[in-house]
Design a protein around this ligand. Structure first.
Ligand SMILES: Cc1ncc(COP(=O)(O)O)c(C=O)c1O
Length: 395
């Protein structure tokens, strides 16, 4: 068997007629930038998320950047992000001129640990001032970006409560969690402003780049929409200098078709995850923890191995036609890109440890039960062999 990490072709085959018709309609109406398909998708996605506004933008990184800019974040601000996420989360902060601050993650969910967020802020303010010297610039904690990583919502209630006490804006990164639910609320209606990516491999993916920002804040929605479109509402009446970051008509029409299937796809991902959990019970892998009051949508299915057995397991599975990935192999603060912050791996022990042990197994809605059974069986074979040569976890 050959099993990819994600298979976009299988998904396309299952909805080919609807997608082809939607693409033809956009082309026949030349509705490439703005227009009815974008407006219709924005309305549907806002309603799916349970909020009043959705602004389609060029990609998920821009969504974060635009949200931060329109909330007034820039030079002199610190924005706190989890040490384990895709670099786009922190890149968007730097793009505004603000300083990136990392906090460590929970060892079981891999999401931002609210206790670590509070620790950072306590230490920061125990210095008796809300500002500190960073190079020649004084900065102050201004915002936090919780990320709903791998499709599992971050623990929003304590994060929002801490943010309120310390006067931080909260911008959620929902790039991996379309449709996930936290305490009865769908990601999107969980906070003031939530950013999404529609990169093709995402749970709701376009056929190119795309992104969106959703909010219930009327004023912010107008501002973000304007900023993303050269700072204008009317053709040549620019109220400010913005950027060009728009969701295009073709992507919007494709996303409109796919959004209707998303609940059923999320359900299928969850069923796949539960089957993996059950079949991997007797192995020494640690399967994903889904915390109570949360409905995760398993953008990725991430297991934990022992550091020394991860690469041998990955190589073994590859030899059996099973693709795997690592999300992410280097925790953000340990990347060369952040050498300027002078962190050591000990500063973020949980994120560093996770980066050495995690492994993503194939996960997509169309993954078949017999494929999951085959993957689990090969993992068991590996552990049998590895146990004999002393690589697997004991006991
Ligand atoms: C957690 C996270 N944030 C932000 C992004 C950025 O999205 P995009 O690739 O659409 O810019 C991604 C995806 O790539 C992501 O996984």
């Amino acid at each position: 068997m050959n099993i990819p990490l994600v298979d976009l072709k299988r998904q396309y085959d299952s909805i080919k007629e609807e997608i082809d018709a939607a693409i033809s309609e956009v082309i026949s109406k030349s509705a490439f930038v703005g227009g009815p398909f974008v407006e219709s998708f924005e309305r549907s996605f806002a309603s799916f998320c349970g909020v009043r506004h959705c602004a389609g933008v060029g990609n998920g990184t821009d969504a974060l950047f635009i949200a931060l800019k329109c909330l007034g974040i820039g030079e002199g601000d610190e924005v706190i992000v989890p040490a384990n996420t895709f670099i786009a989360t922190s890149e968007a902060v730097t793009m505004t001129g603000a300083k990136v601050v990392f906090v460590d993650i929970h060892s079981n969910t891999y999401n931002m640990d609210p206790a670590k967020l509070e620790d950072y802020l306590k230490k920061r303010y125990s210095k008796g001032t809300s500002t500190r010297q960073h190079g020649s610039t004084a900065t102050r904690p201004s915002a936090v970006i919780p990320v709903h990583l791998y499709g599992q919502p971050a623990d929003m209630d304590p994060i929002i409560e801490i943010a309120r006490r310390y006067d931080l804006k909260v911008i959620e990164d929902g790039a991996q969690a379309h449709g996930a639910i936290y305490k009865g609320r769908r990601i999107g209606s969980t906070g003031d402003v939530v950013c999404f990516s529609f990169y093709p491999g995402k749970n709701l993916g376009a056929y190119g780049d795309g992104g969106a920002i959703v909010t219930d804040n009327d004023e912010l929605a107008v501002k973000m929409r304007m900023f993303a479109n050269h700072g204008r509402m009317d053709k040549y009446d620019h109220e400010l200098e913005g950027v060009n970051s728009r969701l295009d008509g073709l992507q919007a029409a494709i996303l409109g078709v796919k959004l209707k299937h998303l609940p059923e796809w999320s359900e299928k991902r969850r069923r796949n995850a539960h089957l993996y959990n059950q079949l991997l019970k007797e192995t020494d892998l640690i399967t994903p923890v889904e915390v109570s009051e949360v409905v995760a949508v398993y953008h990725l299915y991430v297991v934990r191995t022992r550091k020394e057995s991860r690469h041998p397991l990955q190589d073994y599975l590859k030899s059996k036609g099973i693709a795997t990935g690592i999300h992410y192999p280097i925790a953000l603060p340990n990347l060369k890109a952040y050498a300027r912050l002078k962190h050591t791996p000990n500063d973020f022990p949980e994120a560093t440890k996770a980066s050495q042990e995690i492994l993503s197994l194939p996960m997509f809605a169309e993954l078949e039960e017999d494929e999951i059974a085959y993957i689990a069986q090969e993992i068991k074979h590996f552990h049998g062999d590895a146990g004999r040569i002393g690589l697997a976890r004991q006991g």
